[in-house]
Design a protein. Structure first.
Length: 485
């Protein structure tokens, strides 16, 4: 089974969120299961050198922005073949994959990711200059959503297409005059195609035209078929409900496991997690400039700072949280007003709050190991990986019951604790009061060390490896191409 995996970001070469983790780990699990997987992503600045890539094909100049070349290399840290889409005018620039260093969207994101979609489709045709044609083209999020549209427009033999939704809130909606400029036919600019409220929608192209749809958790697959989580496309998703699967993301335990984590001051496992977490907590408090209070519950946030992530709810209850004697460590970036608010909180409560604006992979690992609880009050959360990582580190998640959070965290109720099933704390309504009460419930339970350790041990035994997701995707691929491979 030959699979071309197209994504705008792949860990460790480029990462802004969970998509990169998925695109870096799932293909490795698929390959272990027997699939011949090749990766395609843009050649952002500096990436070609990291991948030791060299030019192998020229795709021409479809959009008048200069020739697009394919560079071939390997994903660092593994042996996966990697193809980089090289177009200096579109990708060789400072800043992030989608935004400038100042945080504004690149004004030519439409053409940049249309080219990525076009290249994915072109490399999937029988006449591919690389001499390799996939049985399955697997596209991810709006940045690759036009690939099924190009294949449909061109006609002829083509692979089956799978389109995975990582977050319905990001849709890639652009002006309709792009249709001819991107080499697409007006025949597809319809209600049944990629037209969406007078715009060309990259996301809708994938949703309407791919052979099968998946998303990153079973609960999110149900939530997006109705408002508000469908973000205006719930009718289409409901109509395609039989072709939509919710496959839970996994964790790469070769990276996210405290017994092998090279980022930690002290590694630990199930046999010594009490001592290991205590040592990491003291080290983290010292690193962040917080008083080394072993008995103070240390809460962490590792998140994009946005209302979707419930960060406004957290700000609203911080007086009560601090009143419980808790400490808060936050790592993230996002809305400027939220960044400023958390900075202000750290300035006024320096003995209880530490804030690091930005992202550090190293610090994220140390925070998972040193914390008592992870806060994820997301209003919606397609899957979430941070809470899955937290479970393995014995850091108990406090989450809103939505999407993948609902599928991965078991609330610490009387019954779940009695039957050794509890792994965290869950609240049902996206309200500050419900969030606050759940933190208060957790802060009360941590005063019972024996019970707290039992919940931690249960959490650390949870297994959300990529093997399960890879098996589900392989079954889906074979249903689309039963005789491939």
């Amino acid at each position: 089974m030959k699979v071309l995996f197209a994504s705008s970001e792949i860990y460790p070469l480029a990462k802004t969120g969970g998509l990169a983790d998925v695109a870096g780990a799932l293909p490795q699990a698929l390959r272990q299961g027997g699939c011949d997987v090749r990766l395609l992503m843009p050649a952002y600045r500096g990436i070609a050198a990291q991948a030791e890539a060299r030019a192998v094909a020229n795709l021409g100049d479809p959009f008048g922005r200069g020739d697009a070349e394919i560079l071939e290399g390997r994903l660092p840290g593994c042996d996966l073949p990697l193809w980089l889409l090289d177009n200096p005018a579109l990708f060789d620039r400072d800043g992030g994959p989608y935004q400038t260093a100042a945080g504004a969207d690149w004004p030519d994101n439409d053409v940049r990711f249309a080219l990525l979609s076009w290249a994915a489709a072109r490399l999937s045709q029988p006449g591919s200059p690389l001499g390799w044609q996939p049985d399955i083209l697997h596209c991810h999020d709006w940045q690759t959503g036009l690939a099924p549209a190009y294949l449909k427009a061109w006609g002829g033999p083509a692979p089956a297409t799978v389109f995975t939704i990582h977050n319905m809130a990001y849709q890639g909606n652009f002006a309709s005059d792009l249709v001819p400029r991107l080499g697409l036919p007006w025949e597809l600019y319809t209600l049944d195609g990629f037209e969406f409220w007078g715009h060309l929608s990259f996301l809708k192209a994938g949703l309407a035209l791919a052979d099968r749809l998946t998303t990153v958790s079973p609960t999110y697959a149900q939530e997006i078929q109705s408002a508000p989580n469908g973000f205006g496309m719930e009718g289409l998703l409901s109509w395609r409900g039989r072709e939509l699967s919710g496959i839970l993301n996994g964790a790469d335990y070769t990276i996210w496991d405290p017994s092998v984590d090279s980022h930690l001051p002290r590694r630990y496992g199930l046999e010594d997690f009490t001592e290991g977490k205590a040592a990491n907590k003291a080290a983290l408090q010292a690193e962040l400039g917080l008083p080394q209070r072993a008995g103070a519950p240390l809460l962490i946030v590792i998140s994009r700072l946005s209302d979707q992530k419930g960060m406004d709810l957290l700000l609203g209850i911080m007086p009560a949280v601090l009143g419980l004697g808790c400490q808060l460590a936050l790592l993230g970036t996002g809305d400027r007003r939220l960044e400023d608010a958390f900075r202000g909180l750290a300035e006024s409560h320096g003995d209880q709050v530490a804030v690091r604006i930005g992202y550090s992979e190293d610090l994220a690992h140390r925070m998972q190991a040193g914390a008592d609880m992870l806060l994820m009050p997301s209003r919606f959360e397609p899957c979430g990986l941070t809470q899955i990582y937290a479970l393995r580190y014995g850091t108990l998640p406090v989450v809103h019951r939505t999407g993948g959070l609902a599928d991965t965290v078991v609330d610490s109720t009387y019954d779940s604790m009695l039957h050794t099933q509890a792994t965290g704390f869950v609240f049902d309504q996206s309200l500050a009061s419900a969030f606050q009460w759940t933190i208060e419930r957790a802060a009360a339970l941590i005063r019972n060390p024996e019970q707290w350790r039992r919940i931690q041990a249960t959490a650390m035994r949870m297994a959300f490896g990529w093997d399960k997701a890879a098996a589900a995707y392989t079954d889906l691929y074979r249903a689309l191409r039963p005789h491939a491979g």
